[in-house]
Design a protein around this ligand. Structure first.
Ligand code: SF4
Length: 354
């Protein structure tokens, strides 16, 4: 008798071929394209990724250009996607491909998996979609679908759950159509059986196979075992303007947002007087405090509660890099954590700056 996993590909592939969304990275099976899209799609919605993907490929059409791109070009193209270590890993991997694989994307799973920034999921996705290998790609979306299909209450954030489901899924891949199978599971997990809303079982190609649907427990699944706890950190961010220039600086080479551009930022929430003293000591000659604002930025494990201080200064010391609003918009890749302060443009325009 056929198992659930052996029955799954037939209806799923038929549905996928009729209903798959047209996405720019599905036009071909070029491994560079699939790799780039998978890295961009980690933690970012499909709709948001489309423009980033097209823009990135227009600037950096291939692996050799990626290996040679400047840090500023990469961070500008990645601005707003967050997790800048991902684009740095893309480039590290591109350099390895150029040096060790003659510029050709490797075709062995172990070699793909060994590239920087490529984990089990991305390696599975690339190898199945581009090279038709039976390598399941199991992420949170796929785990949600599988735990509902099996009516499994095993916590999906446990490595053992993922390992077991990946193993079982290999039965489905044994039938071939590996690339479409990966994409169809991703598609179902992103649409009909997606997160943050009730599954649309009446339209699902797997409705008759789905054990959670039969038991009417689909909305209780999947389950997770642990709660995310985030460390709260207080920061003071300085928006320092002298004439048409704003102060920025580079983040340290390690830690959060390593090596990226930032507004001057220090730990803790300062009083106004402490902030003015800090700016004075930095050599900026504070002239006028325009306003203070509160902003929050949430990283995976840390939340920054930021206090922004907008100041007009009388000097531009070399301790900072001074840039115009146009440079900030067009050339400098500023992480979203800081870019939200740039959105308060009225503070400057009211004073005829910017
Ligand atoms: S029947 Fe419903 S719960 Fe089951 S896989 Fe389909 S959409 Fe998800």
């Amino acid at each position: 008798m056929e198992t659930l996993y052996e029955k799954l590909p037939g209806p799923l592939l038929t549905w996928y071929r009729e209903h798959a969304r047209k996405l720019p990275w599905r036009v071909d099976q070029d491994p560079y394209h699939v790799w780039l899209s998978e890295v961009m799609l980690q933690q970012t919605r499909v709709e948001a990724v489309k423009d980033y993907y097209i823009r990135f490929l227009e600037s950096i059409p291939g692996i050799s250009q990626l290996a040679q791109a400047s840090d500023d070009q990469l961070t500008k193209l990645w601005e707003g996607l967050g997790y800048y270590s991902r684009v740095r890993n893309l480039q590290k991997a591109a350099k390895i491909i150029m040096e060790n694989h003659g510029g050709q994307f490797p075709r062995e799973y172990a070699q793909v998996r060994a590239l920087p920034g490529i984990g089990d999921y991305t390696a599975g996705a690339i190898c199945s979609i581009c090279f038709q290998m039976p390598t399941p790609a199991v992420d949170g979306n796929v785990l949600r679908v599988l735990s509902r299909l099996e009516a499994s209450f095993a916590p999906i954030d446990q490595p053992m759950t993922k390992k077991c489901m990946t193993e079982k899924l290999k039965c489905s891949y044994a039938q071939g159509n590996c690339g479409d199978l990966t994409q169809s599971l991703m598609e179902l997990g992103a649409t009909l059986c997606g997160p943050n809303r009730a599954p649309q079982c009446h339209m699902c190609p797997l409705e008759s196979l789905c054990q959670a649907k039969a038991l009417q427990c689909q909305e209780q699944l999947p389950v997770k075992s642990k709660k995310q706890t985030r460390k709260l950190e207080e920061k003071t961010v300085f928006l320092l303007r002298n004439e048409q220039f704003l102060a920025i600086c580079k983040r340290p080479a390690t830690g959060l947002l390593a090596g990226l551009w930032s507004y001057p930022i220090i730990d803790g929430h300062l009083t106004v007087q402490e902030a003015l003293d800090w700016v004075e000591q930095a050599g900026c000659q504070p002239k006028e405090l325009l306003k203070t604002v509160e902003k929050v930025h949430v990283f995976t494990h840390v939340q920054w509660n930021m206090q922004g201080i907008y100041l007009i200064c009388g000097a531009r010391p070399d301790a900072f890099h001074w840039v115009t609003d146009q440079q900030l918009q067009g050339e400098i890749g500023l992480p979203t954590a800081f870019r939200q302060f740039s959105e308060d443009q009225e503070v400057w325009t009211q004073r005829n700056f910017g």
